[in-house]
Design a protein around this ligand. Structure first.
Ligand code: DAH
Length: 339
């Protein structure tokens, strides 16, 4: 009996020693300490032991049980520690590794120019409004005093969706939409995308941007238009900028003008940028035609106004001395990064 207890103790110790995982330890527990385990079996054989030896044997069995339990507890510790160490190793963070570089974008040169234009007009009390890119012929042409036989209505220039609906060729229809609301006075700029059926080249694109301006109130004169654009040019292009108004024709303004500014590269002396003239053309403008006012529900006897239209790309190309409009649309990061 004594040898058997000793055997069981050794076998259990060896099994515990060999256990690698908690499950192995559990198996050991069942087969040695469990109800049907080796030690229990041994106790069941006590009836064959002489009564005077039984307490002794019982004590030995208890000691064996305690010893095995003790060993198991130690092994549980070892296994748990090993598990933790393994986990720590696999989850280790190497703080010396180079970080992930997050590329952050920035505004497109067109957007930078637009923000600058808006900033100046907002400073003068203008509101920034928008109109639809898909527009009625009525707003794009009719209400702007552009009759059906006007060359701009030629299908060559305009993307028609059907006979009444088109992709707006200019931001000027926003003028009509604003005037129609009847809210006075009007002091707005309306930036946005416009479309023309043009082939792509260094100065043309079927889609580009304009910034429309419109002021309508009592007593607005050409002097207000001149003062406003002079002020804007000084703030946008630099304090020494001069503006020049050249007579021109637009169907929706009367009188109309094209505006040049002194070349901001050479200051007016003449250079490659201004083609030697010292002046650069930047926009079209004029006093809102009385017929346009009345067609939009405004009494031209009471109110008057001025309007202007800036080609955004033109300004962007000039400002950043970019010589090909296509660069603005190709989205080549190497190009865009420079601004
Ligand atoms: N809409 C004109 C164009 O696309 C530009 C323009 C000229 C707008 C004169 C105006 C203006 O508001 O008064 O060529």
């Amino acid at each position: 009996m004594k040898e058997r207890i000793e055997q069981i103790r050794k076998a259990a110790a060896a099994a515990i020693e060999n256990a690698e995982k908690m499950e192995n330890l559990n198996d050991v527990k069942v087969s040695y300490l469990g109800k049907k385990g080796e030690l229990s079996k041994l106790l069941k054989g006590m009836k064959n032991v002489a009564p005077e030896d039984r307490p002794k044997i019982g004590q030995m069995v208890n000691e064996a049980r305690a010893a095995i339990e003790e060993k198991m507890k130690e092994k549980v510790d070892v296994i748990q520690r090993a598990f933790l160490e393994e986990k720590m190793k696999s989850e280790v963070i190497d703080v010396t590794l180079p970080g992930k570089h997050l590329e952050s974008g920035h505004r497109h040169p067109n957007q930078i120019a637009l923000d600058d234009i808006e900033r100046v007009f907002i400073g003068m009390g203008y509101e920034v409004v928008e109109g639809p890119e898909i527009e009625y012929d009525r707003y794009n042409f009719e209400l702007l005093n552009i009759p059906a036989n006007h060359p701009a209505k030629d299908e060559q220039d305009t993307f028609y969706i059907n006979k009444d609906i088109l992709l707006r060729t200019q931001t000027s229809p926003v003028q009509a939409r604003i005037m129609e609301t009847g809210r006075m006075p009007i002091r707005v700029i309306a930036p946005g995308r416009v479309f023309r059926s043009d082939e792509v080249d260094a100065t043309h694109s079927p889609s580009f941007h304009q910034v429309e301006g419109l002021v309508v109130d009592k007593g607005i004169t050409f002097a207000d238009l001149k003062g406003t654009l002079q002020q804007w040019a000084e703030e946008f292009f630099g304090p020494d900028t001069k503006v020049k108004f050249r007579p021109h024709h637009f169907p929706f303004t009367e009188p109309s003008a094209e505006v040049d500014v002194t070349c901001f590269k050479c200051g007016g002396k003449g250079c490659r940028m201004c083609k030697g003239s010292g002046w650069i053309e930047i926009l079209g403008c004029g006093m809102v035609h009385p017929k346009v006012l009345s067609d939009c529900g405004i009494d031209p006897e009471v109110y008057s106004g001025f309007a202007f239209g800036i080609g955004l790309e033109r300004i962007t190309l000039l400002k950043y001395e970019i010589d090909d409009m296509r660069l603005l649309y190709e989205n080549d990061i190497r190009f865009l990064k420079q601004f």
